[in-house]
Design a protein around this ligand. Structure first.
Ligand code: AMP
Ligand code: GLY
Length: 427
């Protein structure tokens, strides 16, 4: 089968890497791809906003499955367009992608179906929103309703901070995404990510992971797209995974189907593990980045079978096999990220870094120029390793990081610290 992957990040490199290992693959295409993906896929330029162009490409190249990496083309209805022309696509319809595209939509769905999440209210005007914030008090969470590239959320510790966040949303800081605002109570606990494949009806749990959103060691500094991750997340015991399926994922899948907008794709639940159990922070309608990188390294089953069964509604009966090892990924970013950063610095030592069997270096913001790999983005590399424990995976990943010669880059040095503390405690 020929497969087209859409996207250019570490997530898409990891997906391409896993797909390329499948005996079912004939030819792999990726648009636009990156400097690492070019080694395993034919990277092509396609305007994914032009659905007819994507359909034409898929037809001309006999594409049997399109795998959409990021959320924006999904919210934009790319899966609907492909579906309507009979091209199999991994990813939800535009209507189902509202689970990520509108925080208010998801909160209303949770409220209607008793899915555990923080108490909330939705606003389209500043005055009542400010009054609600004053009434609830701090800490409180202010969210732009729409897609804001992960930047639309403020966890406010003080009242002035909360009021300012509301004003900023309505003043247009997040453009249209902030025209509506969700204000919700602050949940206390440890965060974890839970991934399930969903084919419209059947939900198949995949795995758990933990991300590190802040730019600096010890979770200091501004939020980023994610500076590292590991899987599984030890906080997610089998009992908590079961509760997440029963109380959150399955009711959501049922509600979406009943509403006539069945969900198809990977459903990524951001969870807060509170004293009362797992509560939903948010849904994403795609794999996490960098969580996908650790999931793909751990997955022992043929990923093409799983993606195709999800796309075609045949997940019932599919079983996923996972390696026993833990996986951990360290993001190397350009100095300055998540603020402004330089582009064009040269990266050396990548082959040495990826030499051990248990290490893979997935690229994000890179470009191949002749024989050289050059940094062209904020998050640039995902140095990913398997190990018997999170601690061993961490040691292998940082060993590989240290083999990379890139003066323009930096990384956190503490990825996995929570899990490793647990491992030490458990002896
Ligand atoms: P989101 O973009 O919705 O994932 O939110 C970004 C981050 O804000 C989350 O990963 C949490 O750390 C935090 N957050 C969002 N909503 C809440 C909440 N209701 N209570 C506590 N923290 C939250
Ligand atoms: N790593 C967080 C995300 O993909 O949303």
């Amino acid at each position: 089968m020929n497969i087209l992957v859409i996207g250019s990040g570490g997530r898409e490199h990891a997906l391409c890497w896993a797909i390329a290992r499948s005996p079912r693959l004939s030819k792999l295409y990726c648009t636009p791809g990156n400097g690492g993906i070019t080694a395993i896929a034919d990277c092509i330029a396609l305007d994914v906003g032009d659905h007819d162009a994507v359909i034409r490409f898929a037809r001309e190249n006999d594409i049997g499955l399109v795998v959409v990496g990021p959320e924006a083309p999904l919210v934009d209805g790319l899966a609907d367009s492909l579906d309507s022309t009979g091209i199999a696509v991994f990813g939800p319809s535009g209507a189902a992608a509202q689970l990520e595209g509108s925080k208010g939509f998801t909160k209303d769905l949770c409220a209607a179906h008793n899915i555990p999440t923080a108490a909330y209210a939705r606003f389209t005007e500043a005055t009542p929103a400010l009054a609600y914030v004053r009434e609830r008090g701090v800490p409180i969470v202010i969210k732009a309703d729409g897609l804001a590239a992960g930047k639309g959320v403020t966890v406010a510790e003080t009242l002035p901070q909360a009021l300012e966040a509301v004003e900023a949303c309505f003043a247009g800081t997040f453009g249209d995404a902030g025209a509506e605002v969700v204000v919700e109570d602050c949940m206390i606990g440890e965060e974890a990510s839970f991934f399930a494949l969903v084919d419209g009806e059947t939900a198949l749990p995949m795995a758990t992971a933990q991300d590190h959103k802040r730019v600096g060691d010890g979770d200091q500094g501004p939020n980023t797209g994610g500076m590292g991750a590991y899987s599984p997340a030890p906080v997610m015991t089998p009992a908590l995974c079961q509760r997440t399926m029963d109380e959150i994922i399955v009711p959501t899948v049922r509600a979406m189907a009943e509403a006539g907008t069945p969900y198809k794709g990977v459903l990524y639940a951001g969870l807060m593990i509170t004293d009362e159990g797992p509560q939903l922070i948010e849904y994403n309608v795609r794999f996490g980045d960098p969580e996908c990188q650790v999931l793909m390294l751990r997955l022992a089953s043929d990923v093409v079978d799983a993606l195709e069964a999800t796309a075609k509604g045949t997940l019932a009966g599919v079983e996923l096999v996972w390696r026993d090892e833990a996986a951990l990924t360290v993001v190397m970013a350009a100095r300055g990220y998540p603020g402004s950063y330089d582009k064009g610095s040269r990266i050396c030592g990548l082959e040495d870094a990826a030499e051990p069997d248990n290490v893979e270096v997935f690229h994000a913001g890179t470009e191949r120029r002749g024989d050289e790999i050059v940094a062209i983005g904020g998050r640039v590399l995902n140095v990913t390793a398997l190990g018997e424990t999170v601690g061993k995976a961490q040691a292998a990943a940082y060993g590989a990081v240290d083999a990379i010669d890139w003066s323009g880059g930096f990384c956190r040095r503490d990825i996995g610290y929570r899990a490793i503390a647990r491992e030490m405690q458990d002896g």
